[in-house]
Design a protein around this ligand. Sequence first.
Ligand code: FAD
Length: 288
Amino acid sequence: MRIADIYEKDEPVLSLEVFPPKPGYSLKTVFRTLDHLCDLNPSFVSVTYASQGESTNRTVEIASRVRDEYECESLAHMTCIGHTRQEVASVLDSLEARGVENILALRGDMPSDSSGIVRDYHFASELIAEIADRGSFCVGAAAYPEGHIESKRISHDLDNLKRKVDAGAEFLITQLFFDNRIFYDFMERARYRNIDVPIVPGIMPILNYKQIKRILMMCEVSIPAKLLNMFDKYSNDPGDLAKAGVDYATEQVSELVEEGAQGIHLYTMNRVPQIREIIFRADLREQM
Ligand code: FAD
């Protein structure tokens, strides 16, 4: 089913993101995780993409098995930076052959050594246009409530978002954020610019200190005082920090649903118990 059609529902849509195991590690672990996550009845599962080596095939394999074996809709992520048109066409052919209907089309992160990395694509909008042209996929794209890390101004990033929707993106999933007010303001600005497709908040529970440091390095999102206090309070107690992280994400999700979010996309980090707890405590299963 096309994910754009899933968002036509009146109720908010629950989706869960998983990542493939690192190259060299068996796929069994992610399927054990999916056994539990799919029991939570998400409307779709998204599978991240790393463009090196066997990782590409892993995304295709997992996304197609989510559909076939778990009877759950899937969304395959795909990046284009560093790829040639031929390579992209070959991944699209594999996805089509395996019956995957939905793609989250991304540029991908620029490696720190970017020499020679730009081949046939510079921005996600080029990939989106190419996939949309094929006519066989429903395409989504990434959105950044606080602006993309490379953007000098949030307004530039919003111009880009409009470009991605005009190129054919039919729904948008946001980067994680920890202050819902940022999301509400972002929605207003996006709607003002006639970005009319569903914009779905992406939420990640913070479960340890290392994770938050990694996030800040990668995307520079704001940390509200309440979250900072939480880190201080539980800095010597990893167990309590993880519990507080689940509480925080549950509150965020409950409020977003109350405020009318069209969906909730949970970055699961392949964790089951914490994600299950958020879904149950925020009553997502009843509403979705
Ligand atoms: P783009 O939309 O191309 O934007 C990149 C930058 O270029 C932005 O600053 C934008 O404002 C600017 N820009 C775009 N077009 C123009 C233009 N014409 N002129 C000037 N500037 C322009 N990464 C992975 O490697 N694998 C994944 O599976 C993955 N999944 C993700 C899922 C979500 C929901 C999100 C939010 C991100 C994900 N990422 C993933 C990370 C993503 O690849 C990075 O954030 C990347 O740096 C940007 O990708 P993009 O598709 O948003 O790029």
